[in-house]
Design a binder for this molecule. Structure first.
Ligand SMILES: Cc1ncc(COP(=O)(O)O)c(C=O)c1O
Length: 374
């Protein structure tokens, strides 16, 4: 197993929250839909927490997670895996940490897609990997350039990290492009880590991509209950991969972190995640309602922004086209309207942009307050 080098996580997002902590801002940067309340969730899934938790086992859960939760994931969320391929975690965050430490060592080459959710590259950087980026371009509707991916693979690459539906841009791939990526990974013998935490939030099923663990032996799919399913208060994530040596390493590393999830969380998740269609239908109703406003989002407090309206997920990356940079506009929105957005420097990009979430009940109020005349 890898040694753990000392963590030097930048944690920019915490710094942003700290910077504005005295101002009691309303978060409008979130990538998850409006979290369920217990009552709403019970109604959506058609049973109560009390009935699910009767006789819950209060011993430790097995190393890889409970059979019940892994069975639900195998049956309802993937097409072509077995139960041994699934490990449950304390969130997607722990799954990512374990996956990177299981796969990577110092000087390994990692390719990532920028802009990017910071931990997807910060953990490899902490391990001492050499990270290169392919950049999504707004002018090109945030499309991924597969030619550039192959050029990078030719230079040697151990792992390609993707995240579609994408945080922060709201971009996605076509299924054909995903299949081409898998073919390139096979050709150049590259592992493919696919952060699929927003899978299920496609605005139409036509945009749904296959899970990479279903279609590639060196594909790792990462999921979580907090994002597509909008239940961040149950701390359950997972990873899926057909390579058993990798899975054994992941379980070994998990043993140094959470050891195992809470039985209560896993039992709840094992029942709730069977009803994924009802959960995502509720989430998409909120998202699609808010989406009707997006075409008009061309400025924030009269400062020009440009957006690409997403077809998946509930976040977008508004490019700042005003005479001020993203951080100054962030401060202006915070001070004048009391909303917190996330600036582009959290996402390993030189673009001047702000991440805005549109999956919550407060979005239309936010839109009214920040939308100027232009
Ligand atoms: C792309 C992506 N992956 C993983 C995570 C981690 O999810 P969680 O905090 O629920 O573990 C996040 C959280 O924002 C995310 O945006």
């Amino acid at each position: 197993m890898n040694n753990f080098p000392k963590l030097a996580m930048a944690r920019f997002s915490k710094r942003i929250s700290d910077q504005f902590s005295h101002q009691k801002l309303i978060p409008m940067h979130n990538t998850n839909p409006q979290p369920f309340t217990q009552g709403e969730l019970e109604q959506t899934i058609g049973c109560s927490f009390d009935s699910i938790l009767q006789n819950v086992n209060l011993g430790f859960t097995p190393d890889a997670g409970t059979l019940a939760l892994r069975q639900t994931l195998m049956d309802c969320h993937y097409e072509n895996i077995s139960i041994e391929d699934v490990v449950t975690h304390a969130g997607a965050q722990e799954a990512l940490f374990c996956a990177f430490y299981a796969l990577l060592k110092e000087n390994d080459k990692v390719l990532a897609v920028a802009p990017i959710f910071e931990p997807l590259v910060q953990i490899p950087l902490n391990i001492g990997c050499e990270v290169s980026y392919v950049h999504l371009q707004a002018e090109n509707n945030w499309a991924l350039d597969l030619g550039e991916v192959e050029e990078n693979f030719k230079l040697g690459c151990r792992l390609f990290v993707i995240n579609f539906p994408h945080n922060p841009t709201g971009a996605t791939l076509t299924e054909n492009d995903l299949l081409k990526i898998v073919a390139l990974c096979k050709k150049y013998d590259v592992w493919l880590l696919s952060d699929e935490v927003f899978r299920g939030l496609e605005h139409s099923v036509d945009y749904r991509l296959p899970a990479v663990a279903d279609i590639y032996d060196k594909g790792i799919s990462v999921g979580v209950i907090s994002k597509a399913f909008a239940i961040p208060g149950i701390r359950v994530g997972w990873l899926v991969c057909k390579n058993q040596q990798f899975i054994d390493e992941v379980i070994d590393i998990k043993g140094y972190i959470s050891i195992c999830n809470s039985q209560i969380d896993e039992l709840l998740a094992s029942v709730i995640l069977k009803k994924h269609e009802q959960l995502t239908a509720r989430n998409l109703a909120i998202i699609l309602q808010n989406k009707t406003l997006l075409a008009g989002l061309n400025n924030l407090l009269n400062q020009k922004v440009e957006i690409v309206v997403p077809n998946v997920g509930c976040c977008l990356f508004a490019q700042v086209k005003a005479k001020m940079d993203a951080n100054s506009l962030l401060e202006k929105v915070a001070t004048q309207s009391q909303y917190l957005l996330y600036p582009s420097n959290l996402f390993k990009t030189d673009l001047e942009a702000l991440r805005i979430g549109f999956g919550n009940h407060q979005f239309s109020e936010f839109f009214k307050k920040v939308k100027g005349e232009s």
